[in-house]
Write a new protein. Structure first.
Length: 184
């Protein structure tokens, strides 16, 4: 992808982002990468190389979901990078407040059905907005044909919508809804 971006001279318009989901390969204080256990410092070094090599725009869940400190170190070392919390914050106002207090993130994933109620979702979004944290409304792994998250992302003026590949109809519906909204 990076090569295609460069070949088509789109570096100013298209940048890459990665969703690492580091909790999924974290065990006992180490991360399993290429069949080898590495420390969080070694993982951070890998990220720094990837950021430089591929001009990454954002990294979602770069460390395990309770490591607010490593999130903060990455954010502070990479000023132009969006360090996105998903598993770290789980659309939860209290976890978001901890991330704010520890300066761990500058963007977060919002999944309305993750926290439980729309009211709780909106409270979390409001707290993020008050603290200059970019909001990215996201689908879930097993998604429905409901296109509400597109409306939520648009209505709240969110930084982005993460709905996955448009190959699946339940995901394409979200993008189609954004197009309808934009035509008004």
């Amino acid at each position: 992808m990076a090569e295609a971006i460069k070949r088509n001279n789109l570096q100013d318009k298209v940048r890459l982002a990665i969703d690492v989901a580091a909790s999924s390969f974290y065990n006992g204080g180490e991360y399993k990468v290429d069949k080898k256990n590495i420390s969080k410092e070694e993982l951070a070094s890998i990220y720094e190389s990837l950021i430089k090599e591929f001009n990454l725009f954002s990294i979602e869940d770069p460390f395990e979901e309770e490591d607010f400190e490593s999130f903060a170190k990455l954010k502070n070392s990479q000023k132009s990078l969006l360090v996105v919390g998903d598993d770290l914050t789980v659309t939860n106002k209290m976890l978001l407040q901890k991330a704010i207090d520890e300066k761990s993130i500058n963007a977060m994933i919002i999944k309305p059905n993750q926290i439980g109620t729309l009211s709780e979702t909106l409270e979390t979004m409001k707290l993020a907005r008050e603290n200059n944290i970019e909001l990215i409304v996201s689908h879930r792994g097993e998604e429905t044909d409901d296109d509400f998250i597109a409306d939520l992302a648009y209505a709240f003026g969110c930084f982005g919508l993460k709905a996955g590949s448009p190959l699946k109809s339940e995901r394409r519906l979200k993008y189609d809804r954004l197009i309808k909204i934009s035509e008004r």
